[in-house]
Ligand binder design. Structure first.
Ligand code: FAD
Length: 390
C-alpha cells in the first residue's frame, strides 16, 4: 500500500498551488470589500481573465477530454486540484470545463452547446430540483409535451446554481408521466434562454445565489434532446455524482486554510498573559480538526481512486460527501470560536466560510440522503463493510 503522491500528481498539485497563491489569493481582500458593499466579489469577466491566464500554465479543462483541448485528468489529480482551489475563498475555478453530461451531445449540439461552454463563451446551468421535488428528485413534475416536431415545457425549477446568468439550461423534464421519472419517463433538454424561460434570483445566506427557472409554454425543438428520450433521470444522477467528490475536495482546501489561520491565532493571541494556544480547550479544537480533516482527505482520495479504477464510486462518494461536509462545518465553527469576536466580523473570511459551507450539507444530496444511500447499500448487501479491502 502506497500513500504517497506520484511525481506527476505532486507536480500538477504544486503548479496549481502556485497559481492560486500568486494570481487568486491577492484578490481576496478586494473580494471581501466588494461583498461588504453588496457587490459581486468577482465579475464574470475577471473570472474569465484568470481562467485564460491559467490556460497559459496548462490548466484548462481538468475533466475535459483531450480531443476538446482539455487535460482529461484522473479523478485523484482533479481532487487534489479542487483542494488547492478551496484554499482561496475567491470563487475561482479553472476554465475549459463543461457539465459532464453535456459530453453526450450529438454533433450539432456539440457545436451549439458543448464547444462554446468549454470555451467559456456560453454559460450553462443544470436543473432538476423543483419546489416539490428536491431529495425526492424522481417526483419532478415539470412537463414536456410533444407538439408536432417540438416539445412544450411547463413548470418550475428552483435553487439552480448559475440559473440567473446561464445562457442555456440542461432541464430534466417529465416526458412520460405514466412511467415516472425513474423508469424512463424523464428526458434531458438543452433549453436556450432565448426560447423563453425566465429566472428569478434567490437570496440565500451564501454569497451569489441560485435562481428559480420558470417555464410557461416554452417550445423546444426535438433536436435539443440530450441523450435519448427517457434517459433524463439517469443523466441527472450522473451529473450529481461528479460533485460528490469535487465538493468534498473543495471542503478539504477550506478546512486546511481555516485551520492554518486558527493555529496562527492560537500562537499569537494572548489572554491572561499567555497565548490562547496554551489552553487545552484550544489545543483540543485544533487536534480534533486536524484528525477529522485527515480522515476526510483519505475518504475523498479513496472515492476518487474508485472512480479512476472504473469501479462503482457511489458508496465511497456518498461516504466522503457526508463526512467532509460535516467536517468542514465543524472545523470552520471551531476556527471561528478560536478567533472570538474577530471571527464573527466581516473583516475576516471565517464568517463567510461559515455561511458558505453550510450549503455543503444540503446540495448535491443532503446528509440524510447520503445516509439513506449508505445504509441501503449495507442493509441490502450491495456493499461490504470495509469497502474494496473487505
Ligand atoms: C445554493 C443551492 C444551490 C443548488 N444548486 C442546484 C442546482 O444547480 N441544480 C439543481 O437541480 N438543484 C440545486 N440545488 C437543490 C438541492 O440539490 C436541494 O436543495 C437538495 O437536494 C435538497 O432538496 P430540498 O431543498 O427540496 O429539501 P427536501 O428534499 O425537502 O428535504 C428537507 C429535509 O428533509 C430531509 N429528508 C428528505 N427526505 C428524507 C428521508 N427520506 N429521510 C430522512 N430525511 C429526509 C432532507 O435531508 C432535508 O434535511 C441547490 C440548492 C441550494 C440551496
Amino acid at each position: 500500500m502506497d500513500f504517497a503522491l506520484s511525481d506527476e500528481q505532486r507536480a500538477i498539485r504544486d503548479t496549481a498551488r502556485d497559481f492560486i497563491a500568486r494570481e487568486v489569493m491577492p484578490l481576496e481582500q478586494e473580494l471581501l470589500r466588494r461583498e461588504r458593499a453588496h457587490r459581486p466579489g468577482l465579475e464574470r469577466g475577471e473570472l474569465r481573465d484568470l481562467q485564460l491566464k491559467a490556460r497559459t500554465f496548462g490548466f484548462w479543462g481538468l475533466a475535459t477530454p483531450e480531443e476538446y483541448g482539455g487535460m482529461d485528468l484522473p479523478a485523484i489529480t482533479q481532487s487534489l486540484i479542487w483542494t488547492e482551489i478551496g484554499r482561496s475563498y475567491v470563487p475561482f475555478r479553472f476554465g475549459g470545463e463543461a457539465d459532464n453530461i453535456l459530453f453526450k451531445a450529438n454533433e450539432e449540439q456539440r457545436r451549439e452547446f458543448l464547444l462554446p461552454t468549454i470555451e467559456g463563451e456560453r454559460l450553462s446551468c443544470f436543473a432538476i430540483t423543483e419546489p416539490g421535488a428536491g431529495s425526492d428528485a424522481a417526483n419532478i413534475k415539470l412537463s414536456a409535451r410533444r407538439d408536432g416536431g417540438d416539445w412544450v415545457l411547463n413548470g418550475e425549477k428552483t435553487f439552480i446554481t448559475g440559473g440567473h446568468d446561464a445562457d442555456f439550461a440542461i432541464v430534466i423534464a417529465v416526458t412520460d408521466p405514466e412511467k415516472g421519472a425513474r423508469r424512463g419517463g424523464a428526458t434531458a433538454f438543452l433549453v436556450d434562454r432565448a426560447m423563453g424561460w425566465r429566472s428569478e434570483f434567490i437570496q440565500t445566506m451564501g454569497e451569489g445565489g441560485p435562481a428559480a427557472l420558470v417555464f410557461e409554454d416554452v417550445r423546444v425543438p426535438e433536436r435539443n434532446i440530450l441523450g435519448e428520450i427517457g434517459q433524463g433521470f439517469t443523466l441527472g444522477m450522473e451529473w450529481i455524482g461528479k460533485g460528490r467528490y469535487t465538493i468534498p475536495s473543495h471542503a478539504i482546501g477550506i478546512a486546511e486554510r481555516a485551520l492554518r489561520m486558527a493555529i496562527d491565532q492560537a500562537n499569537t493571541r494572548e489572554t491572561f498573559g499567555r497565548p490562547i494556544g496554551e489552553n487545552q480547550a484550544i489545543q483540543w479544537m485544533i487536534a480534533d480538526s486536524e484528525t477529522e480533516l485527515e480522515a476526510a482527505r483519505w475518504l475523498v482520495l479513496r472515492a476518487a481512486w474508485t472512480v479512476d479504477q472504473g469501479m462503482d464510486p457511489r458508496h465511497a462518494s456518498s461516504m466522503c460527501k457526508l463526512y467532509a461536509a460535516g467536517m468542514v462545518n465543524r472545523v470552520v465553527d471551531r476556527v471561528l470560536q478560536i478567533h472570538g469576536g474577530m471571527g464573527y466580523t466581516r473583516e475576516l473570511p471565517i464568517e463567510r466560510w461559515y455561511r458558505q459551507v453550510r450549503l455543503y450539507r444540503i446540495f448535491e444530496g443532503t446528509d440524510e440522503m447520503q445516509r439513506l444511500i449508505l445504509s441501503r447499500d449495507l442493509l441490502r448487501g450491495y456493499t461490504k463493510i470495509g469497502g474494496h479491502l473487505a
